[in-house]
Design a protein around this ligand. Sequence first.
Ligand SMILES: [Zn+2]
Ligand SMILES: [Zn+2]
Length: 342
Amino acid sequence: MKAAMLYGVKDLRVEDVEVPRVEAGEALVKVKAATTCGTDLKIFQRGYVEKVIKLPTIFGHEWAGEVVDVGEGLEWPEKGMRVRAGNSAPCLHCKMCQKGKYNLCENMIWLWGAYAEYIKVPARMVLVNMQEIPQHVSFEEAAITEPLACVLHGVEKAKVKLGDTVAIIGAGPIGLLHLLTVKKIGAGKIIIIDLVDERLNFAEKLGAGETINAGRENVVEKVRRLTDGYGADVVIEAIGLPATWEQALKLVRNGGTVLEFGGCPPGTEIKVNTELLHYGEITVLGTFHAIPLHFRKALNLMASGTINVKPLITRKIRLEDIKEAFEILSTSKTEIKITINP
Ligand SMILES: [Zn+2]
Ligand SMILES: [Zn+2]
């Protein structure tokens, strides 16, 4: 089968590899659509922590497809079933899992291999993080279950409420998924901050009430002005840079919440003014990844039409042209997500 192997930074090659063979409890899925995301782009451009990805490996982690083979002992799924799975499966018995912190599982397995004709789903993942896709949900949409799951986790932790003013830093796919989610929850005013006008215009079409171009405007002043001097109830950082993590702290009102969502490069630190925490009683939290429940919720929200992720898919590309997809994402100001079709 054809597969896109990642060997190192910016070294992605489409090669012929053997179709994986299933063993007990595993499922083999023919990939129908895979999507690119900010995490993929980061790994492509600057590498990543070994705990999550070991190179060389078939790249890609957002996908959906059709079951073509199942290992011994599996009653579910059936061959021919439309499914999505992963990209993680907690062990359910380590200390973290026992505390319900499945996203922090000490023995988490991660599944890479979406950019290929077939993907083999490990037995544990079939059990805890694979879902059947309803007929009316496309493979492309179902592939976006993973980033939406992470966003649901973040928004739940940040406790966004009806009528809240929410400021989101970053209008990439993750910022936009936050926008779609907090809008559904009933946020009163949504302010989106980015450096690129094209992205801000797109965010407006998706329902952002106010946009700020951080390259031209004073972000802190404008957020204050838009919130009668108070700051936003909830601020979400969806970029992953120490500078914007610190900026987020300056945009929140007293008693409000800052969700630092974007992962910064390893080893980075930020400065926090203690008065903000003490006199201002702000809550600062980070969230990582999602638990299996969020994956199910994300797919259900798409299936019910509550959250429409279709506008985020901006282009379709064949697996053979995958390098082009990442080059486009590296330079383009408008591309949000690209679907890779084997
Ligand atoms: Zn992703
Ligand atoms: Zn565990």
